[in-house]
Design a protein around this ligand. Structure first.
Ligand code: DON
Length: 555
């Protein structure tokens, strides 16, 4: 039976792969900021490939969208190398400093200190983004690192006009950034929020980028910049050491691969929870023929699949170098069948009935995702972050680099929700050089019809957004439709379904409430970037989430 299943899956994958024409013939980029999208298109026009573009776009975002990601943060870059058909996952996630301890954000009574894992240098983990970009350039790029970083350096040095979103972020984070003079000086040059259209220059950041362009990752993890960062962090109560920086390495991993009715899903392995939760949800849904269900029934089943998959996230997942994750079991179709058997067609499953692993996720939108395809068929889906808006808010003087607050993605105490309302246990406890569990889910989808490249920010909601986007692609959607469809989300705890305006009709709301769901409408959320390539028509579509200011280009 099992062997038959494996044979059948392999066959399906081969059919999907065989259907792909050799090259798309177009370059495409979708990112959260127009200047970053331009940077990617520019390096490809100069002879770079999708990997060069990924480095250029990521570095440009560090300049034009520093509230979402940057050199002081980390993330995941999922690559597809057209030359050999291989998918590779570059884990540039931050790790905890060596002096970090499981209870470092608790007071003497064992209570979690509000905000301690979110503000200032003590909330910052050791950044991974620079190591990832240098690795991608060295191993996959065609251009030099200096060429890939050039657009970002220019944006930092010469400035760019402040857009509406950046302006809004500065308004919302004024009090946080006022505490840290270096950040304050850069972002509030006249002691106040600069107006939209203001030409924002970041000379220190330009210098830091130039140092990296010259010296590679040694420019960031050793030498002058490393010393400045460690000294500033320690002076302000943080615990970084020079060795923490020196010893940081990206981890190259095999992506997780799953299947849903013939659609191959290639996604993020641990230290992200994204791929596991996504594939577990798809495995549960595989047992249904959703196309024959009513809209209400389909949404009910999708929400239940989210609930079960997010529950397992809270229970089992953490950095695989520190915890043994029962991957085979969690991703087994039999396990999914067992879960599916407990889902009632007419009732919501109360999360408290599932076994305990508490909580209200705020709406935050900061983190960034990019999708890139080049003429030759190389692809990148990447999601990277400083965590909350402007991360820790802390900028070591003279560096121009905002440090992340990724330590909040750990469990400060079992059962106590983090900034995204996520709960967890010892699997995701803080330990030296451990990577905090992420939800970032850069993903490729492959079907006989074509392929899709997608990802989004949104904290805990990332995975459910990618699930809905993938289902939309499965049902025939193009890039625009994937990024636009209304969203809903359930993450086990809190036992609430969050939904955007338009995600449910009035009748569906009544129907879901009758089944026992608690529903809460939220503001629109997410900032998805997607590209699709249709093998039959040859059409490449790219789209940036209409909820935000990003752009997509195809050429
Ligand atoms: O890695 C994670 O899951 C989070 N640090 C991502 C943060 C995020 O998406 C914030 N944006 N809403």
């Amino acid at each position: 039976m099992k062997r038959f299943a494996v044979f059948f899956l392999t066959l399906l994958f081969n059919i999907a792969a065989a259907a792909a024409p050799p090259k798309p013939g177009y370059d495409a980029v979708a990112s959260a900021q127009p200047f970053a999208t331009r940077a990617g298109m520019q390096v490809m026009a100069e002879g770079g490939n999708a990997f060069d573009a990924a480095v250029a776009v990521s570095a440009a975002l560090a300049v034009v969208e520093p509230y979402s990601s940057g050199l002081g943060g980390g993330g995941f870059w999922l690559l597809h190398d057209a030359k050999n058909g291989r998918d590779v996952f570059v884990d540039g996630r931050e790790y905890a400093p060596a002096a970090a301890t499981a209870t470092m954000y608790q007071d003497q009574q064992g209570n979690v200190i509000p905000g301690a894992s979110l503000n200032g240098p003590l909330s910052a983990a050791i950044p991974g983004e620079v190591a990832a970009l240098v690795y991608i350039n060295q191993h996959y790029g065609r251009l030099s690192l200096a060429q890939d970083l050039a657009p970002a350096i220019k944006l930092a040095r010469n400035g760019f006009p402040l857009d509406r979103m950046f302006h809004a972020m500065l308004v919302s984070r004024e009090a946080k950034l006022k505490q840290w003079p270096a950040a304050w000086k850069v972002f509030y040059p006249d002691g106040q929020v600069p107006p939209e259209g203001y030409r924002l220059k970041q000379p220190d950041l330009a210098n830091s980028l130039e140092l990296i362009a010259k010296r590679g990752d040694a420019g960031f993890y050793q030498g002058k910049l490393a010393k400045e960062m460690v000294e500033a962090v320690r002076t302000q109560g943080g615990i970084w050491s020079l060795e923490d920086l020196r010893d940081y390495r990206v981890v190259i991993r095999k992506p997780l691969v799953g299947e849903y009715h013939g659609m191959k899903i290639i996604s993020a392995p641990p230290s992200s929870s994204g791929g596991i939760v996504l594939l577990e949800a798809f495995n549960i849904l595989s047992g249904y023929d959703l196309s024959h269900d009513s809209d209400l029934m389909r949404k009910h089943l999708i929400i239940e699949a989210m609930r079960y998959a997010y529950r397992d996230r809270a229970d089992y997942l953490g950095d695989p170098a520190f915890v043994k994750i029962p991957l085979a079991r969690l991703l087994s179709p039999y396990y999914a069948a067992g879960l599916r058997a407990t889902i009632l067609p007419d009732r919501a499953t109360p999360s408290r009935d599932l076994a305990p692993v508490t909580a209200v996720p705020p709406e935050s939108n900061h983190t960034t995702s990019i999708s890139i395809l080049d003429k030759d068929g190389n692809r990148v889906a990447a999601t990277f972050t400083v965590n909350f808006r402007f991360g820790s808010g802390f900028m070591p003087p003279h560096t121009g680099v905002i440090l992340n607050d990724e330590m909040d993605d750990f469990v400060s105490k079992p059962g106590v929700p983090n900034g995204f309302g996520l709960v967890g246990n010892a699997a995701n406890a803080i330990a030296p050089h451990k990577r905090p569990l992420s939800s970032m889910t850069p993903t490729f989808l492959e079907t006989p019809r074509g392929l899709a490249i997608l990802g989004t920010p949104g904290g805990s909601r990332i995975i459910s957004m990618v699930l809905l986007g993938a289902l939309d692609y499965f049902n025939g959607g193009d890039a625009k439709s994937i990024v636009s469809i209304p969203r809903y989300h359930m993450q086990y705890l809190p036992d609430v379904v969050f939904y955007e305006p338009g995600a449910f009709t009035k009748d569906e709301i009544t129907g879901l409430e009758k089944m026992g769901y608690t529903l809460r409408q939220t503001r629109p959320y997410g900032n998805m970037q997607a590209i699709t390539w249709n093998y039959k028509t040859g059409k490449v579509t790219a789209a940036s989430d209409p909820r935000d200011i990003g752009t997509a280009e195809v050429k």
